[in-house]
Design a protein around this ligand. Structure first.
Ligand code: NDP
Ligand code: OXD
Length: 309
C-alpha cells in the first residue's frame, strides 16, 4: 500500500524526506499517479488537487491536509464519502502564525507606517506615545492559532478578546461566542482573523462588520481571502474607517497583478506566507494517523465535515 503526495514540485521532496526518515518502508508516490489506483491508501495533499481524483482510489482510508486549513478539501465534490480527513496542528506552525500576528499588531500599534513615512520625508517628529494597555485586540477564532496568538498578546500587555463558535475560557482573554461578536467588535482596535473558511465564516468581514469597529481600527487577515469582501475592505480603508490592514491571504491567490491591494498605501501584504508547514515537524502526526487509520483507531486532528473544520 502507498501514500500519494500532492503539492508544489518545490515542496514534495521535503515531504518525501520527512516521511521516509520516520518510516523507511513507506511507499510514496507523487501526484499525478499513473500506477494501480488500488495501491493508494492515503493522500496527503495541498491546494490545487482536483478532488474528483480522490474517487479513483478504491482503498483510500485517509486524506490529510498539508496545512491547518481544510477548505481546499471540503469544497464540492469533497472527499469520497466515508473517508476521514485530518488536518495539521503543529507547534511550529502555530509559533510562526503568532509571529506574523505580533509583527503586524506591533507594526500598527507602534505607528511604524507613520514613522517610515516621516523618515522618507526626513521629518523629526515624535508622535503621541502608544499605550499598550489601551490598544484592544480582538481575535476571530480561538483555535490552535487564535488561542496561541491571544496568549502571546496578553503576555505583551494588550487587552485581548476573542470570538469562537462555542464558549471558551482562556486566562486573561475576554471571550465571546456566537451572537456576541457585535459586543467584541465595538471594543476592538485591531481585529485579527484566524478563522477556518466554512459556509458560516465566508464573507464575514463585510461592510457591517467593518463599520461595527471603532473608527480608525486595523485589520489583520491571515485566515483565508474569502473571509473578507475585498471591495468593503478597500472602501473602509479609503474612508478612514480602517487605518490600515495587514493581509496574508486573498481570493483568488496569487493576488492578480491589477489588484488595488498591491499599491494601497495603508496595506501591507504577504503572499500567503504567514505560517508555512515544515514537513519534518508535522511528519510524526501524519505517520501516526496512517497507523491509526490502518488499525481503525480514532484520528488525530480529525476534521468534522458538518462544521467544515
Ligand atoms: P482551529 O480549527 O483550531 O480553530 C478554529 C477557531 O475558529 C475555533 O476557535 C472555532 O471555534 C472558531 N470558529 C469556527 N467556526 C466559527 C464560527 N462559525 N463562528 C465563530 N467561531 C468559529 O483552526 P486553526 O486555529 O488551526 O486555523 C485557523 C485557520 O488559519 C485555518 O483554517 C487556515 O484557514 C488559517 N491558516 C492560515 C495560514 C497562513 O499561512 N495564512 C497558516 C495556517 C492556517 P470553536 O473553538 O468553538 O470550535
Ligand atoms: C494552512 C495554510 O492552512 O498554510 O496551513 O494556509
Amino acid at each position: 500500500m502507498a501514500v500519494l503526495l500532492s503539492t508544489k514540485a518545490a515542496a514534495v521532496g521535503d515531504w518525501e524526506a520527512a516521511l521516509t526518515a520516520l518510516d523507511p518502508a513507506l511507499v510514496l508516490h507523487r501526484h499525478p499517479f499513473a500506477g494501480d489506483p488500488s495501491e493508494i491508501e492515503a493522500v496527503v495533499m495541498w491546494t490545487g488537487h482536483d478532488l474528483a481524483d480522490l474517487r479513483r482510489y478504491p482503498n483510500l482510508r485517509l486524506v490529510v491536509s498539508m496545512g491547518a486549513g481544510v477548505d481546499h478539501l471540503l469544497k464540492p465534490p469533497g472527499p469520497p464519502p466515508g473517508v476521514p480527513v485530518a488536518r495539521l496542528v503543529d507547534t511550529r506552525l502555530t509559533q510562526a502564525m503568532s509571529e506574523w500576528v505580533l509583527l503586524n499588531v506591533l507594526r500598527f500599534h507602534r505607528q511604524d507606517p507613520e514613522y517610515r513615512a516621516q523618515q522618507a520625508a526626513r521629518i523629526w517628529h515624535e508622535l503621541p506615545a502608544p499605550d499598550t494597555a489601551r490598544r484592544r485586540i480582538g481575535i476571530l477564532g480561538l483555535g490552535a492559532l487564535g488561542a496561541d496568538a491571544a496568549r502571546k498578546l496578553v503576555a505583551l500587555g494588550f487587552p485581548v478578546s476573542g470570538w469562537s463558535r462555542r464558549p471558551k475560557a482562556i486566562e486573561g482573554v475576554a471571550t465571546y461566542a456566537g451572537q456576541d461578536l457585535a459586543i467584541m467588535l465595538r471594543q476592538t482596535d485591531i481585529l485579527v482573523c484566524l478563522l477556518p473558511l466554512t459556509p458560516a465564516t465566508a464573507g464575514l468581514i463585510n461592510k457591517d462588520l467593518l463599520w461595527s469597529l471603532p473608527r480608525g481600527a486595523y485589520l489583520l487577515n491571515a485566515a483565508r481571502g474569502a473571509h473578507m469582501s475585498a471591495p468593503c475592505v478597500l472602501r473602509a480603508l479609503d474612508r478612514g474607517q480602517l487605518a490600515g490592514a495587514a493581509l496574508d491571504v486573498f481570493d483568488p491567490e496569487p493576488l492578480p497583478a491589477d489588484s488595488p491591494f498591491w499599491t494601497h498605501p495603508k496595506v501591507v501584504l504577504t503572499p500567503h506566507a504567514a505560517s508555512v508547514t515544515i514537513p519534518s515537524s508535522v511528519a510524526p502526526q501524519v505517520i501516526e494517523n496512517l497507523r491509526r487509520a490502518r488499525s481503525g483507531e480514532s484520528l488525530l486532528n480529525l476534521v468534522d465535515p458538518a462544521t467544515g473544520y
